[in-house]
Design a protein around this ligand. Sequence first.
Ligand code: PLP
Ligand code: COI
Length: 343
Amino acid sequence: MAKKDIDWGNLGFGYIKTEKRYVSDFKGGSWDEGRITEDDTINLSECACVFQYAQTIFEGLKAYTTQDGRTVTFRPDLNAERMMESAERLEMPPFPKERFLDAVRQVIKANVDYVPPYGSGATLYIRPFMFGSNPVIGVKPAEEYQFRIFTTPVGPYFKGGAKPITVRISDFDRAAPKGTGHIKAGLNYAMSLHAIVDAHNQGFAENIYLDPGTRTKIEETGGANIIFIDGDGNVVTPLSDSILPSITRRSLMIVAEKYLGLKVTQREVTLKEVEEGAFKECGLCGTAAVISPVGCINDHGKEIKFSSGMDEMGPTLKLLYDTLTGIQMGRIEAPEGWIFEIA
Ligand code: PLP
Ligand code: COI
């Protein structure tokens, strides 16, 4: 077994087909035993529920090579639980947690040559997803489903890696009050596609969505939660029931408190206080984004600049980044149960 000949250091966040994927089908009220397959295609009825009514959910996690050469993932139990919550909200049969963890292990083992080497800056992105597969024309959930996991080696989500980005306040919403913003449903991302194309056309890296009820509070971006560092160097992160409960953000809150001795507050954050300069650093956090520093937020032409600037990540975010990635890559001892060994 040898690592694939890939230019790991120059990977972006794109799809590269690997050899194996995991598939399990739900039929007649139960999941089959699942299998690893080389077939990357899916053959479905034109009337499958996923095509007509977007009944699909997904997850995202990464496999890392540690400093001492192990292959690990980070808190996959939380992805399993979140996917079960997403399934329940969309009336899909949850894929059991132990099955999810076993499938993650199987698919990483089957693609271990694609797990980027330690220190390369790349990781293996793991994409579990599930969709309604039988024909449905009246609006109702499917009766048959497929759960699948593919893997793809990735580099940084934003071009330039750790270079601060400029994001804008979006006029569009990605979620509705009491809607599906808190789960990882494909429909939330469909909602964000026009907004992201428009943001990119205007030269912005991402959209910050405001709370859909009052449009006065900061929620999250299309693919990441937001963390702020206040004037005292402490962590503040928005509280809302329409943002996705990011596993990276929840982990960073523990890292900040337990490893770095910072105060962490999760509360409503108004756009007004951000404009008034309440925060000196801002970052986007998620599996794909890791921590991506924000240097500037553009609110309809008005620029909110963070004192950390546009050249590098601010000092507190950098500490958080180094500690989190140190835990993920085995350089720093992890809290109990955070690292899931594959090989
Ligand atoms: N928010 C949204 C909308 C996302 O798509 C993601 C990505 O998974 C996140 C936040 C970050 O979540 P996590 O840290 O669990 O990857
Ligand atoms: C992830 O971070 O895993 C996500 O799903 C975000 C997506 C925008 C790539």
